[in-house]
Design a protein around this ligand. Structure first.
Ligand SMILES: Nc1nc2c(ncn2[C@@H]2O[C@H](COP(=O)(O)OP(=O)(O)OP(=O)(O)O)[C@@H](O)[C@H]2O)c(=O)[nH]1
Ligand SMILES: [Mg+2]
Length: 183
């Protein structure tokens, strides 16, 4: 039987959370996708894992409902828009919100919209692993989910309750994951 894991996508509005989910679940990308209202749910099966994907709305007016959905999350994917400095600066606030509510969460930072040309890009420094993606071109989207599965597996195998994610991804099983880095 598949192991069920709760994956929550967080981050400012317009960073591409729903687009990442749509790319993975429906293999499509929409330029004129609607901003999310509340939370949307999807399930995907990968490997022997069943991932429950919770796509949250980033708009300020939905901030108060996020903690309800954060509860029980196994992986928190914090998405920012590489071309939007403010969304990058807000990543730490999203991380704080997660660590206030969840003990030893797996946090992954996603810098999305790497396809955009002719705009400055804001690369982040963090204690958490980072992956750069494009929901538009499908760049690194599969690798993002592969990384999620690998982190879940490693956490299970290591059975450490207090594991540092950046230590985890230094393990041998991540040595070929050059798209997935801690800085
Ligand atoms: N160029 C480019 N545009 C993207 C990418 N991902 C999303 N977009 C566009 O960015 C806008 C916002 O995408 P959404 O997926 O709705 O963003 P969101 O984070 O779900 O926003 P909220 O639901 O409001 O929190 C849309 O116009 C998308 O088409 C990407 O990788 N590259
Ligand atoms: Mg959305």
């Amino acid at each position: 039987m598949s192991k069920i894991n709760k994956i929550i996508l967080l981050g400012d509005s317009n960073t591409g959370k729903s687009s990442i989910v749509n790319r993975k679940v429906y293999s499509k990308f929409e330029h004129s996708i609607q901003s999310s209202v509340g939370v949307a749910y999807n399930n995907i099966k990968l490997d022997d894992y069943s991932l429950n994907l919770w796509d949250t709305a980033g708009q300020e007016r939905f901030k108060s409902i996020i903690p309800i959905y954060l509860k029980g999350a196994d992986v928190c994917v914090i998405v920012y828009d590489l071309t939007n400095k403010e969304s990058m600066e807000n990543v730490n606030d999203w991380i704080d919100q997660v660590i206030n509510l969840i003990t030893n969460p797996i946090i992954i930072i996603v810098g999305n919209k790497i396809d955009v040309e002719n705009k400055p890009k804001f690369y982040i420094q963090s204690d958490y692993p980072i992956i750069y993606t494009s929901a538009k071109t499908n760049y690194n989207i599969d690798k993002l989910f592969l990384s999620i599965i690998s982190l879940l597996k490693e956490k299970e195998t290591n059975k450490k309750t207090n594991i540092n994610i950046c230590d985890l991804i230094k393990l041998d099983s991540f040595k070929n994951f050059d798209w997935f880095k801690c800085y």
